[in-house]
Design a protein around this ligand. Structure first.
Ligand SMILES: *Cc1c(COP(=O)(O)O)cnc(C)c1O
Length: 478
């Protein structure tokens, strides 16, 4: 695609307007369609077999293929009755910001341009939102998996000494702690950092799925007695299975007393700090040495947009910065404006994620986002109450925030795990609603996470009505 001539510009402009209009139609009508539909075999085959193109072809044909074969078969998280995993709903404003970011095609690894200042601004805003010092260091990344990884690497280097960058972690005997309920990406961060998953000690939780601090103290003492070197404790604000949060304030005290780095995984839950009703449950999060969270979940920014914050700005740079001749920093010209974001994590080239984050924070405001959080939690409470009133349903965990774990429990059904798993697949394939599943205490449960700003009480009612109709049908058939 060389430069376009005027006639080609007219053509692409007209097509672009149509594409944009059709996407607005698609987003504004999203609730009228199915949440999800299984991708047809023919579509799967098409993409599995499409040959590598040798000659280019006009955009119109490529777009037609997208409209027919891709757009109808996306995961469905924009839909108000998507309740699986923890997915944000996105916004039309976010789409526009992302389009303009691509139009600028800025590379935010570093250098002297204002897109970098926009990212510095949203990092400063994030620090303020979560009670960190305004000079905290931070980086926009793909998601909390990457943010947790960067935090674990930063913590290990801050605690064991920068020499491990040259010598590796072998023989350091570093160990860290997270509750059994911590997200799998924390163990993967230990794995990728070369610490090994065995070095992440899993602390038992209490009946409310919060880390048991007396168990943590005992594990720390046992590990120290064996000559191991505890360096980090990871608390979670909003666990992925049930939405519970660890006792963060007490964890901060313990980390301070024990000389540990205190990291918080607040992937979705950190945003609850913006709701005056829910903020008290996260007290202590602002004392963390580092925080991982996502803008693409509760903040409704289109995928992908996660963030890591590090309280002491020198320590994040100390963990990642390199000096490379071809990346030298200058006092003026395009190579000025240090520090550069490429010094704060593994990526050199980085896109302009900050633009869509700016648009979302400015568009909702922190109060608006706090209201989104509070509304989602109200909808979750409504769901929990209906479950409580329905004899064939059982609530399986306390509802701390926006996640409801329950299951169908009917007399005569012998294998409840299978029944509930099948019902969730039925529901997903019906297109009416899409919760997912998890396991609690060995039992398979249905899990509904309310993360989308479009979801209302009516949506969870429709989901439950559809579920109960499916139960009826299965029991009549069996
Ligand atoms: C979603 C989630 C993650 C992983 O975040 P990604 O953005 O998917 O990488 C980590 N921890 C918790 C608690 C989560 O909910």
């Amino acid at each position: 695609m060389a430069g376009l001539d005027p006639a080609q510009w007219d053509e692409i402009r007209a097509l672009g307007h149509r594409m944009l209009d059709e996407m607005f139609d698609n987003i504004s009508a999203v609730a009228q369609g199915p949440v999800w539909q299984p991708p047809p075999d023919a579509v799967r085959q098409h993409f599995a077999q499409a040959p590598l193109p040798k000659e280019g072809r006009p955009l119109e044909g490529i777009y037609a293929e997208f409209a027919e074969s891709v757009r109808p078969y996306a995961v469905g998280n924009r839909h108000p009755r998507f309740m699986g995993w923890v997915h944000g709903g996105g916004t039309a404003q976010g789409m526009l910001a992302d389009m303009m970011a691509a139009g600028l095609n800025a590379n935010l690894g570093g250098r002297n341009h204002v897109p970098v200042d926009v990212e510095r601004m949203v990092i400063r805003w994030a620090a303020e939102m979560f009670g960190f010092p305004v000079d905290a260091s931070g980086l926009l990344v793909t998601g909390s998996s990457m943010a947790n990884f960067i935090a674990v690497v930063t913590a290990s280097r801050a605690m064991a000494g920068r020499e491990i960058r040259q010598n590796g972690v072998a023989g350091q005997n570093l160990v860290g702690y997270a509750a059994e309920t911590a997200h799998g990406c924390v163990a993967r961060a230990f794995d990728m950092a070369g610490l090994g998953t065995q070095a992440l000690r899993r602390v038992p939780v209490d009946a409310d799925y919060r880390m048991d601090l007396s168990a943590l103290r005992a594990m720390l003492a046992a590990d120290r007695a064996q000559g191991l070197k505890p360096f980090v404790v990871v608390g979670t604000a909003g666990t992925v299975d049930t939405g519970s949060s660890d006792p963060l304030d007490q964890l901060a005290d313990l980390a301070q007393a024990e000389g540990l780095w205190f990291h918080v995984d607040g992937a979705f839950g950190a945003l609850a700090r913006l709701s005056p009703i829910h903020a008290p449950a996260l007290r202590g999060m602002e004392r963390a040495d580092s925080l991982a969270f996502d803008f693409h979940k509760w903040a409704q920014v289109p995928y992908d947009a996660g963030c890591v914050l590090v309280r002491d700005p020198a320590l994040q740079a100390a963990a990642f910065a390199q000096t490379l001749d071809y990346l030298s920093r200058e006092d003026r010209g395009l190579a000025a404006s240090a520090p550069w974001f490429c010094d704060l994590g593994p990526d050199l080239s980085r896109g302009f994620r900050a633009l869509k984050v700016w648009f979302a924070l400015e568009g909702f405001g922190t109060q608006g986002l706090g209201q989104v959080v509070a509304r989602c939690c109200e909808v979750a409470q409504h769901l929990a109450q209906r479950i409580g009133r329905t004899p064939s349903l059982r609530l399986m965990a306390p509802v701390a925030l926006n996640i409801v774990c329950f299951r169908v429990d009917v007399p005569g059904a012998d294998d409840l795990d299978t029944l509930n798993a099948e019902l969730v697949k039925d529901l997903q394939e019906s297109g009416i609603a899409a919760p997912s599943t998890t396991r609690l205490g060995g039992k398979l449960v249905i899990r509904a996470a309310i993360v989308n700003h479009r979801t209302t009480e009516r949506d969870v009612d429709i989901m439950l009505d559809a579920l109960l109709a499916l139960v009826e049908r299965r029991l009549v058939l069996s």
